[in-house]
Design a binder for this molecule. Structure first.
Ligand code: ADP
Length: 250
């Protein structure tokens, strides 16, 4: 689905991503691991259109998407999760979900002249969809809670939920398991697996928790010093001497 070809991202001469090439297969849950400073987040940001690359190409289903802005990638079904922004923390969890789909009729002024009924219908449909997503994620009891008041792990679930409000094809998850307790981590893992198996989502996820990666990800891609060092199953990666050295060297 995604091919990254010889990607470079330099920050005033510093090579954060230094010729990385990788493939994310349709239907996979691909893990991206590596020591701190390996360039994982920078690569994510370039692929998701948050940062322009210095050079190299990103191709999605045969189409060159290098440097496209996030909203154009969003329209193609490529999403990157972000933490709930400060300005949305006072809105309820349901409202946070309802805000995601773009291009609702209510946003266009001319529609308010002759489309009141349609706006009300769309809002009802959005609300029903948001409630369905909250139920899927087992946090329906938080629907009316302000997003800023829920726990860190529940926020991660809500971030995942935002990708379910639109027809995502591939979702980039940046440390969705970080700082989350085991119970919620299992809930997040279950949601990712169900989205992958039942709804056909492809995932690429940066993670540090090896158990979590082992449960979800195949293949696992290892980055070090801005490049791809190894790729394989979690078992192969754990037995790879170069990988062990890269981790020990930091
Ligand atoms: P990882 O996610 O693997 O820990 P990062 O992509 O966050 O790695 O960072 C790779 C390297 O690039 C780090 O040394 C980091 O300090 C550097 N870096 C990241 N973003 C910037 C930036 N905006 N300006 C300068 N250096 C950066």
């Amino acid at each position: 689905m995604i091919t990254v070809e010889n990607l470079h991202k330099h920050f005033s001469g510093f090579h954060a991503v230094d010729g990385a090439s990788l493939k994310i297969e349709t239907g996979s849950i691909t893990g991206l691991i590596g020591p701190n400073g390996a360039g994982k987040t920078t690569l994510f940001n370039v692929v998701a259109g948050v940062l322009p690359p210095t050079s190299g190409r990103v191709v999605m289903d045969g189409e060159d998407i290098t440097g496209l802005p996030p909203h154009e990638l969003f329209a193609k079904g490529l999403l990157r999760t972000f933490q709930i922004a400060h300005e949305f923390s006072s809105m309820s969890c349901r409202e946070n979900l309802m805000m995601v789909p773009a291009g609702q009729s209510g946003e266009k002024l001319w529609n308010t002249w002759f489309g009141r009924k349609r706006i009300a219908e769309e809002e009802r449909a959005l609300r029903a969809k948001a409630d369905e997503v909250l139920e899927f994620l087992t946090i329906e009891h938080l629907a009316d809670h302000p997003a800023g008041m829920i726990s860190g792990g529940q926020k991660k679930l809500l971030e995942l939920g935002r990708t379910m409000m639109v027809d995502a094809k591939i979702v980039f998850l940046d440390e969705v398991g970080a700082g989350v307790n085991r119970t919620l981590l299992n809930t997040i893992g279950d949601a990712i697996l169900r989205l992958n198996q039942d709804r056909g989502y492809t995932f690429c996820m940066i993670e540090h928790d090896m158990d979590f990666i082992g449960r979800l990800c195949d293949p696992v891609i290892v980055m070090a010093e801005g490049r791809v060092l190894a790729e394989g199953s979690i078992g192969e990666i754990k037995a790879n001497n170069e990988v062990i050295e890269a981790y020990l060297g930091t």
